[in-house]
Ligand binder design. Sequence first.
Ligand SMILES: [Fe+2]
Length: 479
Amino acid sequence: MAAILAACSSDRPSTTPTSHAPTTVGADPSKPWWLQGNFGPVAQEIEAFDLEVLGALPPELSGLYVRNGSNPPRKNSSHWFFGDGMVHGVQLANGKAESYRNRYVHTSMYDSNADFGDSVPGKGANQANVSVVWHGNRLLTSGEVGFPHEIAATDLSTIGVHDFEGKLTTAFTAHPKIDPATGKMHFFGYGFTPPFLTYHVADSNGSLVHSEVVEIPNSTMIHDFAITEHDVIFWDLPVLFDLASAIKWIEEPESGVFPYKWDPSAGARVGVMPLGGPATRIQWFDIDPCYAFHGVNAFRRGPDVVLDICRLSSMFDSNDVLAGDLSLRRWTMNTASNTFSDEVIVEGPESGELPSRDPRRTGREHRYGYFVGTRDNPNTVEFGGLIKHDYSNDRREVWDPGPTKHANEWTFVPSIDNDTSDDAGWLICYVHDESTSKSELVVLDATNIKGGPVAQVPLPQRVPYGFHGTWVPSRSGGS
Ligand SMILES: [Fe+2]
């Protein structure tokens, strides 16, 4: 996401390697890049059945792959982040691709033709466009700055705002974490006004059972967090909500101003608190100013809490053309000695972003992390295929789909044949071909990504580059 978000901070062309101006963007200078090429919206909501399959879909891969993103329908959206949420789903079953459909999330903003910034975002007022999560037999979208919206796994229709029976009082992160041992969903919300950070737990049935404020000094943009078997980890980094910028952004959306600013004087820190609370026992570790959208995973090893993370040297800094330098890091917080260590794993745009992992390893030591790759380009960085990073030796394997094809976030679907080895499963993503303007669903065997796709499902319309997706297994009742 960092490369994506980096690009989102400006519509200026960039030559920095952390930018993400796509190859087809810029053809029409009268329009922002996020309305062009495959960043641009699709006009139709469609459904199609009995799709062609190239190769062989694993029969065990039965369920719904669904991914969210911005799809501004009517206006010149002021930012790639601020389009109305549209989900794209493909239903797989017993080796067949049964259907594809795309649907807007019918938020109040979508239904009233409102743009982000027309009113103060929060609660039900959000665009439900960042991610989608399956928990408690519900499929929830997140717009990050408000309540989730529930959608139907059967046909992606919108059921409505989900506020956990009125118990949720804050926003709902785009990156909740489901503990594989308990089925509990741990999540948080950050606020423009106090409380700036609130931690929540929903039980395995989806009932909100715990909420408490985590005290932090500023309104910072906190996109993701992590858990271990015993801990919750927050990164409170110096990208601060800026009211003056927010006002300018609302009044002059074409200005490209973003309502958050880089302010390293605010300091940076990582907090480790007990899983389930209380937040009063949080242990803070001061670190050098930086920013991170996404963690890969975290785990505890004795007194050490280990967090793998995609780090940016800065974000929304006016001195940056777009963003600071990207690197893959391993942060270790020793809770006994209160010391912090920062290990550089990979530096540069080739580090990869939009990380994913086997969900059975969430909060447990992982051998692998999966990232969308990037490509060398004298003018920009393009998303490419897939990086499989082996944390046991820091070696990586790459699947490159070819020079004109671009992937997004990969979703790991565990094998269901009781093979619990570290990479037993499948990796799924929408891949777009800029040369044909067509998209396909691609499935890779995680144990053999160099072998290329085991199956490709050409789709009846292109799928714009988006944000985050998930897998809803059929056996869970999702379809
Ligand atoms: Fe994200």
